[in-house]
Design a protein around this ligand. Structure first.
Ligand SMILES: Nc1nc2c(ncn2[C@@H]2O[C@H](COP(=O)(O)OP(=O)(O)O)[C@@H](O)[C@H]2O)c(=O)[nH]1
Ligand SMILES: [Mg+2]
Length: 371
């Protein structure tokens, strides 16, 4: 523990999903790339949401030599401080889609952490896209751990760090990061001092971060999908994207939604009302402008669904109140600053727009809001 943050060593073979997991943690920022050579084996990230510092390792499975280098860099990093702190936990990442290799991987990991006996160990089943596989994966990992009773196994946690598109209709929502972080905190005595409100704030921040990542992806797709040379205000091209995004956000918030609720929300904000009002004030039209407007609408919808999800979770709405929720979302979308800013930007930059892509313009609009 250093500056009240837990040091978590993230292990796993290359491709297991270590970096993706770390990037999915809210508030994470790289704090150091110790050393500068290209033999660098670790990267350290610190979260401003969670009292957690993640040490990302690379090149694990290649050879004993590589493993040794990685571990010695981790040790050096840990000593590189006058308070002599050590590791507080290990997250061992193992791919949920590769049960055959569990035993072998756990053997590797056991070797790697023998220097840190007793350390709380969490097995993260990454890429846990298939819910039906989860119980079998957990059982297989437990079985493989029978041989390693000395290890301080504290939990086996299935995670989807980033949404995963199965097909046009189905996308698996991110899940498990909050549970992993909360359980990691609970493995330390010092963390017991973190009160309930603080824990709740961390979970809220984490969910918002996860949802914002999803919104970012959907918005980028909307900018592309929307930039088509057809009469925008009459098209329904954005609808599948909006339905998909709304469902994903509800899943992130573990909200039990009905399709009726989703359709009602999406229909209320779609093109017909919001976009028509923007487009009629626009001095020019065309595919590029359509793309930017599409991005703005999807972004505003995403933020509104996040707001409503937080209200549902705190008991201010329930999912049966379809009319109330729909009205709330509709108002939120229309009053989202991005809507006004989009119209203003296009009005003020008529000449520039010709030479730019929808994405470039949309990024500039977003920047002007953040100012
Ligand atoms: N969609 C999705 N892809 C993932 C997830 N975790 C890992 N991946 C993908 O798996 C590959 C390897 O992941 P990475 O984090 O680079 O693994 P690392 O080598 O352990 O750091 C990348 O293409 C990731 O995008 C996840 O939760 N969802
Ligand atoms: Mg990596």
């Amino acid at each position: 523990m250093k500056e009240n943050k837990m040091n978590v060593l993230v292990l796993g073979v290359s491709g297991a999903g270590k970096s993706t997991l770390i990037k999915a943690i809210s508030g994470q920022e790289i704090i150091t790339t110790p050393g500068k050579s290209n033999t660098q084996k670790i990267e350290v990230y610190e979260s401003s949401t969670w009292p957690i510092r993640c040490i990302d390792t690379k090149g694990f499975e290649y050879s004993f030599f590589e493993q040794h280098k990685t571990i010695s860099q981790v040790k050096k990093f840990n000593k590189n401080d006058n308070k002599n702190y050590g590791l507080d936990a290990v997250w061992y990442c193992i791919e949920g889609t590769s049960r055959r290799t569990f035993e072998h991987n756990i053997k590797l990991m056991n070797k790697a952490i023998k220097e840190w006996k007793n350390i709380p160990l969490f097995v993260v089943i990454t890429k846990s896209y298939s819910e039906t596989d989860i119980p079998e994966n957990i059982a297989a990992i437990k079985e493989a751990f029978e041989k390693y009773k000395k290890l301080n196994l504290k939990g086996i946690i299935p995670v989807v760090a980033q949404e995963y598109v199965i097909n046009e209709e189905t996308t698996v929502a991110p899940t498990g990061v909050e549970e992993l972080c909360l359980k990691t905190l609970d493995s330390m005595d010092e963390a017991k001092e973190i009160n309930k409100e603080n824990r709740e704030r961390m979970v809220v921040e984490q969910k918002r971060f996860t949802a914002n990542t999803v919104i970012g992806g959907c918005t980028a797709s909307a900018v592309v999908v929307g930039a088509v040379p057809i009469p925008f205000a009459d098209s329904l091209i954005l609808m599948p994207l909006e339905v998909g995004m709304t469902k994903l956000i509800f899943k992130i918030y573990k909200i039990d939604y009905s399709n009726k609720l989703i359709m009602s929300i999406v229909e209320s904000t779609i093109i017909t009302t919001v976009a028509k009002s923007i487009i009629t004030v626009l001095p020019i039209a065309g595919p590029v402008v359509n793309g930017v407007v599409a991005g703005a609408i999807v972004f505003a919808l995403g933020e509104s669904v996040v707001a409503v999800s937080e209200m549902i979770n705190s008991g201010k709405f329930n999912t049966k109140q379809i009319d109330e929720i729909t009205e709330f979302v509709g108002k939120k979308v229309k009053t989202n600053p991005i809507i006004k800013e989009t119209a203003k930007y296009i009005e003020n930059n008529k000449d520039k727009i010709k030479d730019k892509s929808a994405k470039e313009i949309f990024d500039e609009v977003k920047k002007s809001i953040n100012k």
